[in-house]
Design a protein around this ligand. Structure first.
Ligand code: 5GP
Length: 212
């Protein structure tokens, strides 16, 4: 039977680039899997049911909540999102390391209910950098920039509850910022694989054979 996989939750403020970082990790390391969540939001153009998300209606989401089918779930921007227990169990039992790229509430739930979960928070390098990025888009009003910065402040205040902090540097300062952040996430995953607890069965077997 394969060793059980490990669970990693990744969060960070909108626009910090966490999806791109996770995508890069998955591209480079097929040994890491991403959980597909359920959501009540409508699919965006190009999104595929069962790949991007499992798109479900409110009634189905209600039934899944009633059946206690979710490992965690949360309201995010007027919609509901949740990770199925069945998905987590199947992946971990198959020995795969699994990333959940979910909102802050979901990460905090996962870390509170299971102390083997590793929490990774992705931060912008500074307030100035984030503000400049929002202004650079040219699509945001002063009011919406203020609202977004307030949301980021609230989210970054929860970062103390995570195990690891990744700073996603600005690519104009550091052109390989995305690769660096993805390497750091993978280094965390690999370090978790190398813990004593993860290698006890192997060590027991090695020591048994050495004594024989
Ligand atoms: P989007 O609708 O842009 O794909 O995602 C909106 C937000 O929902 C993102 O912050 C994303 O990380 C979060 N999210 C996606 N899936 C889940 C999930 O299963 N659980 C929770 N708690 N948040 C999720």
């Amino acid at each position: 039977m394969p060793n059980r996989g490990r669970l990693f939750v990744i969060s960070g403020p909108a626009g910090v680039g966490k999806s791109e970082i996770v995508k890069k990790v998955l591209e480079r390391h097929p040994d890491v899997q991403l959980s597909v969540s359920c959501t009540t939001r409508q699919p965006r153009p190009g999104e595929i049911d069962g790949v991007s998300y499992h798109f479900v209606d409110d009634a189905r989401f209600d039934r899944l909540v009633a059946e206690d089918a979710f490992y965690e779930w949360a309201h995010v921007h007027q919609n509901r999102y949740g990770t199925l227990k069945s998905v987590v169990q199947a992946q971990l039992e198959a020995g795969h390391d699994l990333i959940l790229e979910i909102d802050v509430q979901g990460c905090l739930q996962a870390m509170a209910q299971d102390d083997t979960v590793t929490g990774i928070f992705v931060c912008p390098p500074s307030r100035e950098n984030l503000e400049a990025r929002l202004r650079h888009r040219g699509t945001e009003t002063e009011e919406s920039i203020r609202v977004r910065l307030n949301n980021v402040a609230r989210e970054c205040a929860t970062a103390y509850k995570y195990h690891y902090i990744i700073i996603h540097e600005d690519w104009s300062v550091r052109p390989d910022a995305l690769e660096v952040a993805a390497d750091e996430v993978y280094a965390i995953i690999n370090a978790r694989r190398r813990t004593l607890d993860n290698n006890r069965a192997f060590l027991d077997e090695l020591n048994r054979s050495l004594k024989a």
